[in-house]
Write a protein that binds this ligand. Structure first.
Ligand code: ZN
Length: 278
């Protein structure tokens, strides 16, 4: 059953009709306020959402009250070069196996969190982010969707110089500066979408559209990525997979993020994140 999960000022909340509902309160303590517990118990959330009554609403959902919907993931994966047009603009071949790197969880930021630019060569990457729901080990692609709590938006903010500073390059530090991983605004359950594998994804910088694609254009799709990773290591509830970015990043023309820039990220059926750089 469909649900939309948010983190309202540190507390798990369900969202319905632009109102938020405190999960601990509407379940009379059956759930705690912990957003990470809500993700672990994602199979129960649809039923809770179905029983909501308007008098239980905590208030209107507004960007200012939202914290990262998954505030404390154990692991955060990034997938590189997962759209052909982005591989081409990066001057890279389409990879024979997924390009997987780490974003350290300390980079996770709120859906309206400021991006603290710490280099002259920081870049934006709008991405669909998979939120793992249950312990996942050695699953087939066919089993993968059932292990996913939901989908959210992410920005894989990347320091391009740091990303390639070492020889051979190790992406993880360049992808993990503090504040470089905003996610949100909400986690939307897989069954909320007509087709969770084909969503429009876009990114605007100061109102100018830079990225415009569909998630069906991924080279390695979500079931494949979950299956592939689960054969290497155990995925746990709350783990995140940034599934790669389409073409249109700043890299080819050195259009780097500047203080004051507004990054708008939107994915169909999930919502909008707006992050300002300073
Ligand atoms: Zn990325």
């Amino acid at each position: 059953m469909p649900f939309t999960l948010a983190n309202v000022q540190g507390r798990a909340a369900l969202v319905f009709a632009d109102q938020w509902y405190d999960l601990e309160r509407v379940t009379s303590g059956h759930f705690s306020c912990d957003p990470m517990e809500a993700i672990t118990r994602f199979t129960e959330l649809g039923e809770v959402a179905r029983r909501l009554t308007s008098d239980q609403a905590g208030g209107p959902i507004s960007a200012e009250v939202l914290d990262p919907p998954v505030p404390d993931p154990a692991k955060v994966f990034g997938i590189g070069l997962n759209y052909r047009d982005h591989a081409a603009e990066s001057g890279s071949e389409v990879p024979d196996v997924p390009v997987v790197f780490t974003k350290y969880p300390s980079c996770i930021n709120a859906p309206t969190g400021e991006i603290e630019l710490r280099s002259q060569t920081s870049d934006y990457e709008a991405e669909l982010v998979v939120v793992i729901g249950s312990l996942t080990r050695d699953v087939t692609p066919e089993q993968a969707w059932s292990r996913i709590a939901g989908l959210t938006c992410g920005q894989d903010i990347s320091d391009r110089v740091l990303q390639k500073a070492a020889t051979p390059p190790q992406f993880s530090l360049g992808k993990s500066r503090d504040t470089y991983g905003p996610i949100g605004p909400v986690v939307v359950s897989v069954d909320s979408f007509d087709d969770p594998a084909d969503l429009t994804i876009g990114c605007w910088i100061n109102g100018e559209k830079r990225q415009d694609a569909r998630t069906s254009q991924m080279i390695y799709d979500i079931p494949f990525l979950v299956s592939y990773l689960s054969e290497i290591l155990t995925l746990e509830s709350g783990d995140l997979i940034f599934t790669g970015t389409p073409a249109g990043v700043g890299l080819p023309d050195a259009r780097w993020l500047q203080a004051g820039d507004e990054i708008r990220t939107e994915i169909q059926g999930i919502g909008v994140m707006v992050n300002r750089c300073r």
